[in-house]
Write a protein of this length. Sequence first.
Length: 319
Amino acid sequence: MLESGGFTTGYLLSSLRLAMKSLASATRDILTSSFVHGSMPGLFMSDTIACLGPEGSFSHLITQMRFPGATVSLRDNIGDVFDFLSGRPDALGIVPIENSSGGFIIDTVDRLLDARCQLTIVEELTLDVKLALLGRPGEEVRTIHSHAMPFFHGDDWLKAHYPNAKRIVEPSTAKAAEKAAATPGAAAIGPRQNAERHALNILHFPIAGEVPNITQFFLLGHVANTPDASHNRTALVVELPDRAGSLCRFLTPLSEADVNMKRLESRPIRGQPNKYRFYIEIEGSMAEDRVQAALAKTHADGATTRSIGSYRSGTRFES
């Protein structure tokens, strides 16, 4: 093995990796403190983070990872997170937006598209979801409880390993673990952290780990980020004229400016049959001239746009 100044190359590489890990941890701590206590530009002081409960849900898990030590308000559903924030200008909220297996979280999209929504997207968070089978060793598994998404993700694995177990869909993976803990012959699929919380054992981890399972979340607030070119995503609410080719004409200026589209979803406008609003997410910031110029051109055909945030994506955690 190569040596340098009495140290092996392996030792030096190991030390470098440790230093980089410590730096990343310190940077995350600084960012967390800045978000919660309001020292980052464009954000306000907040000691309360609202998220989808119950305790032990993936939303709760990523909230604790992103804001360790913050006061967390667990809400019954996604709409309740939005309602909680609407009356508390000093609070932040975390809601899921997309799962790589199940697609868009429509409840979140609908609330963001609602013209009455005054919230803005502050940051996108990514959770690399690793699922565990939780239960009691030595006990025959007759029923398996989980949310619909883990069942969808682990369908092939369950057919191979527990073909005769009855699947019972629960409102959340946290509720599934609670049910499994109280029911003889039951197991649950969810984050491994729920094992200790409900006095269960980890029977298998990870489930279908070879298949990527990513859930992305939005951090929501009342104050938009200060314009910054480092914000690599922008979300838009778009209404188009009801005529042939209007969506194509809207997207053409973005394509010509080399602005990449990341998400597109159409949703019906309440009270207006056969009328739709679009949720469109692009790569780029409103602080960039090319993005501003491209969006200005999209209005030529009568489109209207409303920005619901330019923000950073890429902050990643693992369950």
